[in-house]
Design a protein around this ligand. Sequence first.
Ligand code: BGC
Length: 789
Amino acid sequence: MISTIKSRLGFLAVPAALLLFQAPVLAQPKLNKDNIDEVIAAMTLDEKINTVVGTGMSMGEAKFPGTAGHTYAVPRLGIPEAYLADGPMRLHMNPVRSYDSHTYYTTEMPSSATVAATWDVDAARKVGETLGREVSDYGLDVLLAPAMNIMRSPLCGRNHEYYSEDPMLAGMIAAGYVNGLQGQGISANLKHFAVNNQETNRNNNDSRVNQRPLREIYLKGFEIAIRESNPWTIMTSYNKLNGRYTCESKDLTDAILRGDWGYKGVVMSDWNAGHDPVTSMLAGNDMMEPGQQRQKDAIKAAVENGSLPMEILDRNVKRVLEFVVKTSNFKNTEHPGKTDLDAHALIDRQIGAEGIVLLDNNGILPLSGVKSVALYGVTSYNPVPAGMGFGAVNTGRYHVSLVEAFRNEGIVPDKALVTKYTMHIAAEDKRLYPNGRPAFSFQPAERASEFVPSEEELKAAVKANDVAIITLGRVSGEGADRNLAEWNLKNNEGALISAVSEAFHKAGKKVVVVLNVCSPMETASWKSQADALVCAFEPGQEVGNSIVDVLTGKVNPSGKLPMTWEAAYGDSPADDHFPYDYVFKMPSFASGSGVNFQNKKAQEEVKAPEANVDYTEYTDGIYVGYRYFDTFKKAPSYAFGRGLSYTSFEYSLSDEKIEGDVASVNVKVTNVGSRAGRNVVEVYVAAPDGKIEKPAKELKGFAKTRELKPGESQVLSVSWKVMDMASFDEKQSAWNLEKGTYKFIVAESSDAADVKASAEVKVPKARLWKVSNSLAPEYRIKELSKRSK
Ligand code: BGC
């Protein structure tokens, strides 16, 4: 009987439900910022689904080939496409197009780690602004940047795309970048939200972390960036967080992001992330990228069977349309289709140089009276402008080598070495890439190995040149982490450093080592052989010019390390909980025992979960980077915040106070040396150990002076939110500013020996800021604590 009724009414029941989802055919409003609800009411179910599921990557004959995709257009309702392309270091788009004689090059800017090393929010703003101009000039709408995950391990394959181990530095630099980009009318996209700190098995790895480190370390930077710059869009990450894919985590997107932080923009998934699009929709992930048919089918079925309420779908569509009306394509902004590459190259050169960190210098730098240099290391000839992966810079326009850069300055690189290295690199390329270098690869990059010159060759080079420069390179990219072999000296690098140092020192000549690297490497065992050590990170396409500007003193270095350089791998508590010995087998979306979720057979064959591959326990808790080294009094090779100058500075501190929700201090910086230079003021806070244990000190504010002439001073006012000094109290789900004496510290690095001035401020009464009780791990992670040492 029932079945008869069902079948009889079937023709009514299903279509009736569907009718509810179909828009009245006659309503044809044209989208504007005030009629979004009306437009949604006029959309069909398919149009809504197409709006929340991407249209695929833009390949081949697409309008912008080589970009990440675009949103769905509904011309009858005045909804245009919004075009998305990758950053963070450049607009990732094919520079040449078929049947088109024009070129579409973009500028390769410094890597994010380099930008962070400037410790200059204005520099980050300028990078964002420049990239924003290029995106706008070419006619796109969103740059999928900045990326701002915490550098928990020096081996994370994407560290060059990230800013820092410290959330305050990362948050403020990200905010500068976003403000620059969005000031050009281009949407930023804060990514990868959140706790995506390793690439190994990134599509399945479960980051297991307690609520305190989650809030204080891994989410704090995002919180700050959102507060200070309001990015129009955010991208969730690939990984799971405490058992759930981040794109399916209601706690993350709804409770924390929108609830606790009041975020109003669009949230999208990372490309092909997650498992169940319906759970994502319910969690408040508005767009599945780049979009798959199976996701559309699942969403449709869920709407039709009622498990995905139409209000939820409409809510997500609404957030997408609220974003679309802000885009430049919606506003019909003029797009010249070309951009000022020469002007932007100058910006790259300048900011690339400002992010260079002088680690050690026994007086050889800046080079003076040098006429010829012996350039060693394949990286001097084949530099690393930035990393690999989608965030790579590799448009093929040009990269300036150290050879070219020295020649630009009238300094002659040794000709015999130039010839020898050119031949060596060509032969190595053939050996490593017999079928040519792939345009894109998830595989860790193989670089040419080093050779050790013969005694004869060394003798000749010592005789002919004033100084030796050795450049070492490290490059990484998404989809794979670095491993221990990458961290240590390799491929004859150690032998090269020893041979060159010995030969030059014997003749009373000096050796400078330049590190053109994505992320830290081992330095403690060999650094004493160099007379100066310079960390250039990855300065972008002008790489050689930026480096030589610093070596010659054209630019007085003012960069500071945005991360700790530990002495030996294993010194940091995170090291054991990172896949440092993992051997690359295949791209991360198919590795680990969790395996590709789309591959049912593989899923059924799931092995026992493997630590650090299938899941990673964040047993280091809040003791990430300098918070560990400083608190547990372990000496790193180079401390967070370190960076020397060719001049020196003195500091005095005044007006330290807490007023309402803001803490601040004035710092007077005086250039007491003999060269003009800029300087970063790092302000740390040492909070009283109360109910909640505290690290020795934490960075709470920073600022950078203008160029100060010798004898000149500048007073910088550094301020931060009082709430950012509070600890996360898991018991109360609240930020807890405990009462007691807070020390405001001005230091030249996080090393206790580099403290320059301090003052005390009292908090007479504890303050509490309640937030949601979200993202508790399934079991408590046993964490490092200084109290149970
Ligand atoms: C990366 C994202 C990127 C996206 C689109 C993913 O593989 O993780 O950072 O924006 O691809 O290219």
